[in-house]
Every structure is written in structure tokens, then in C-alpha cells.
Design a protein around this ligand. Structure first.
Ligand code: IMP
Length: 180
């Protein structure tokens, strides 16, 4: 089993890049169908979503726009339970079809806050695309979660944009903590 070390933690291979890319291709195809004749605005939630959004957008062939925003709510390997400020949300989203792009939904706290803020600005529609979802960690109702790459167990993962204390985002595969 392919293992790596990130700071003090050991991780083992979980989702290979090829598997991730295959899934993303299907998500893009689905979006092309769902947003036909529309021009969605993708809003990536930084930092974690940057690789996922980059690969996803390459599979989307309808007209679309891309923006990024940032929110900080997480420290180390457990949710701090506190969402801070939302920075960089595009100004004119009234009447737009928004697709919020997340790397992972854990408790759902971050997303709940993001969706509330976006909906206050009267977009035409809001959906969420998340590469990963930890269903057993979810604490909030998530009806806008339209596109999920993989449902995963409640374990800490790193790679493909996801970090452990800022490290590991450059790994092309996704790894999970071994608990060692
Ligand atoms: P939530 O608010 O609990 O849903 O946490 C969402 C955010 O926590 C994500 O956008 C990630 O930045 C971070 N996060 C949650 N689980 C993991 C993980 O397993 N690895 C790396 N980051 C994670």
C-alpha cells in the first residue's frame, strides 16, 4: 500500500488521480445537460477547490464564468465550528445561476454560511458541486448539494487541493490518514 508522510501524520492512498478525473468528467457532462442554454457562474471556495474547479471547468462546454471566494473555518484536523468572514464574493450575482464549488463537505457548517450569504443576493438558482462528502459528519440540511464526486467515510483526507496544516495540496491523488 502506497503510504506518505505529511508533517506528523501518515497517509495511505485512497483515490487515484485517474479515478478522480473520470468522476469529474461525468460531473461536467451532467452540468452541460443541466445548464444547457444557461451561463452559470462557478464560484470556487478557496483554497481547497482550486484543482477540482480547474479540472471540472475543462469538462464544461457551455458558456460559463468563474470566480473565487474565501472563508476560513477549519484548523488542524477537526472543525473549529466557527465560520469567519466571507471574502471576495462577486458583486453582481442577482439573477445568475450559481454553482458553488467545494473540495469537501464535512459538517456542512461552511457551506450553510456560504449559501445563506449568496441567497441574500437573489441569484436565479444556487447549486453546490463538492468533490467529496462525508455523509456521517453532516450536521446541517443540504438540499442544494447537486453534484457530489465521492461519498467518503468520516476520515481525514489530504491531496488534490486538500491540505493538512497547509501541506499536501499539490499531491495529485487523495490520501487518507492511517490513524498510525
Ligand atoms: P465543514 O464546515 O465542517 O463542512 O468543513 C469544510 C471545510 O473543512 C472544507 O472546505 C475543508 O477546508 C475542511 N476539511 C474538512 N474535512 C477535511 C479533510 O478531511 N481534509 C482536509 N480538509 C478538510
Amino acid at each position: 500500500m502506497h503510504k506518505i508522510q505529511v508533517e506528523d501524520k501518515e497517509f495511505e492512498i485512497f483515490l487515484e488521480n485517474e479515478t478522480i478525473n473520470k468522476r469529474i468528467r461525468l460531473m461536467g457532462i451532467q452540468m452541460n445537460v443541466d445548464y444547457e442554454k444557461k451561463c452559470p457562474l462557478f464560484i470556487g471556495v478557496l483554497n481547497g477547490s482550486f484543482l477540482f474547479l480547474a479540472d471540472l471547468i475543462k469538462e464544461v462546454d457551455i458558456p460559463c464564468e468563474v470566480a473565487f471566494m474565501r472563508v476560513a473555518s477549519y484548523e488542524g484536523t477537526s472543525s473549529s465550528g466557527q465560520v469567519k468572514e466571507l471574502i471576495g464574493l462577486p458583486e453582481n450575482i442577482e439573477g445568475r445561476d450559481i454553482i458553488v464549488v467545494e473540495d469537501i463537505v464535512d459538517t456542512g457548517l461552511t457551506l450553510t454560511y456560504i449559501l445563506k450569504t449568496i441567497k441574500e443576493k437573489n441569484p436565479a438558482s444556487v447549486k453546490v458541486a463538492s468533490l467529496l462528502l462525508k455523509p456521517s459528519a453532516l450536521k446541517y440540511e443540504m438540499e442544494d448539494l447537486a453534484y457530489i464526486g465521492f461519498e467518503i467515510p468520516n476520515e481525514f483526507v489530504v491531496g488534490y487541493g486538500l491540505d493538512y496544516n497547509g501541506l499536501g495540496r499539490n499531491l495529485i491523488d487523495i490520501y487518507r490518514a492511517t490513524g498510525a
